[in-house]
Design a protein around this ligand. Structure first.
Ligand code: PMP
Length: 415
């Protein structure tokens, strides 16, 4: 490059002068469609049914600010210091109490605190996956997990779901196909409760079957459960981990039940795996932020956190109702959607001939945003699907957003 030459005068190929230097795994790191949408979707005139940001308005901010101040006063030198990669011991005990609500009887020593469950996903993939290893994931699946699997060059194969979650027959077929091809399947990644993005829950009577299939094929199960306590009727499903402690790694998070910005999540692993997870965590971040762990710990010890979760449940239920009733009233014939009983998301399928990705700019012009379905598949499927989130906008905005979306879709079908 000539000194002083402005970068925009360079050809497109040389826009990133480091292109030839990246490791092969960097090729799998691409911006997610959800992230690309954030900029447009956050314009105030756009109703965003796109992002999955939890709504924190109900948090007791005055109480929290007093607690944070008192943590600094009482134990500031600990709170602001490095800690262990394993996580603060008291918090690990408290997390075990939270998981007990789902029937999990884990030992605090087998639990590793992470920077959100996203980091736990990264650590698990790091310790188990070599490039080319097969990872099974529901189709569709969480975009952040697919990104992590891609960054470790895993080969993601999707397993079908229906309204009762992962279909055991489809799991058998996927494992059989991999076996026939002589390929190694490292784990099944599943979000059993209020799935992101599909909004469906794995039926309780399917859970033992799914676990049994995986155990027979010697395939580990990664249970990702950030929404499990957000059932709208207060219902709590038994965790897969509660049914098979030896073959399930459970990932949890305070992002949806307390505060996403604190970035406190965890992995509860079979005892034998725990040590590798701690070592991987150490090399990734030395330790999770001590202050944030103490904030969560103090919150669990001093606040009615179960009551707080109840208020989150009713807030999200009201939003889910606004979305579902808007869809019933306004969507053109041929559209179908899921009816979640918890979590943040509805998954909609539109009539043949409509491509949700191609339609997206027209939706944004009509001031409504959603996430096209293709982002939730590793194999290009999902062009007739979209994810609609009901977690963030207030109910009346959701209703308005659905009206706008319905008119865009109706025009699209008539084209
Ligand atoms: N798993 C799923 C299914 C999610 O939806 C999310 C966040 N949207 C995460 C993991 C990551 O959550 P966090 O890192 O905030 O705990």
């Amino acid at each position: 490059m000539t000194p002083g030459q402005p970068p925009e005068r360079l050809g497109a190929r040389s826009l990133d002068p480091h292109l030839q230097r990246y490791a092969a795994r960097a090729a799998g790191m691409t911006a997610s469609e959800v992230r690309a949408l954030f900029a447009v979707a956050s314009r105030p005139e756009v109703v965003s049914l796109a992002g999955g940001m939890p709504n924190l308005a109900a948090l007791p901010l005055d109480f929290l600010s007093e607690q944070v101040a008192s943590i600094i006063t009482d134990e500031g030198l600990t709170a602001l210091q490095y800690g262990s990669a394993h996580g603060v011991p008291l918090l690990r005990e408290q997390i075990c109490e939270v998981m007990a609500l789902e029937g999990v009887t884990g030992h605090p020593d087998d639990l590793v605190v992470t920077v959100g469950s996203q980091m736990a996903l990264d650590l698990v993939t790091r310790i188990f996956c070599d490039p080319g290893d097969i990872v099974l994931a529901e189709g569709p699946s969480y975009v952040g997990a697919l990104g992590t699997f891609a960054s470790y060059q895993a080969d993601v194969r999707h397993v079908a779901m229906d309204e009762h979650g992962l279909v055991p027959e489809a799991l058998r077929a996927a494992l059989g196909a991999a076996q026939q091809a002589g390929r190694r399947v490292k784990f099944l990644y599943t979000i059993p409760n209020f799935q992101n993005p599909a909004g469906v829950t794995m039926a309780v009577n399917r859970r033992a079957e799914v676990l049994d299939i995986c155990a027979r094929h010697d395939v580990l199960v990664i249970e990702d459960n950030p929404y499990g306590l957000l059932g709208f009727d207060g219902q709590i499903y038994p965790a897969l981990r509660s049914m098979d402690a030896d073959n399930v790694i459970y990932l949890g998070s305070f992002s949806k039940t307390f505060a996403s910005g604190l970035r406190v999540g965890w992995a509860l692993a079979p005892h034998a795996v725990r040590e590798k997870l701690v070592l991987a965590a150490e090399s990734a971040s030395l330790c999770p932020p001590t202050l944030n762990q103490l904030i969560v710990s103090r919150y669990l010890a001093t606040h009615d956190w179960k009551g707080q979760i109840k208020s989150f449940q009713s807030m999200y239920r009201e939003r889910r109702d606004a979305l579902l009733s808007g869809l019933e009233q306004h969507m053109p014939p041929g559209c179908t959607w899921t009816r979640p009983d918890g979590g943040f998301f509805v998954w909609m399928t539109v009539p043949e001939g409509v491509d949700t990705k191609a339609m997206q700019p027209r939706a944004v012009t009509a001031r409504v945003a959603y996430v096209p379905g293709t982002g939730f598949y590793a194999d290009g499927f999902g062009s007739r699907q979209m994810r609609l989130s009901f977690c963030y906008p207030p109910p009346e905005r959701i209703s308005e957003g659905v009206r706008r979306l319905a008119s865009v879709l109706t025009e699209e079908i008539e084209l």
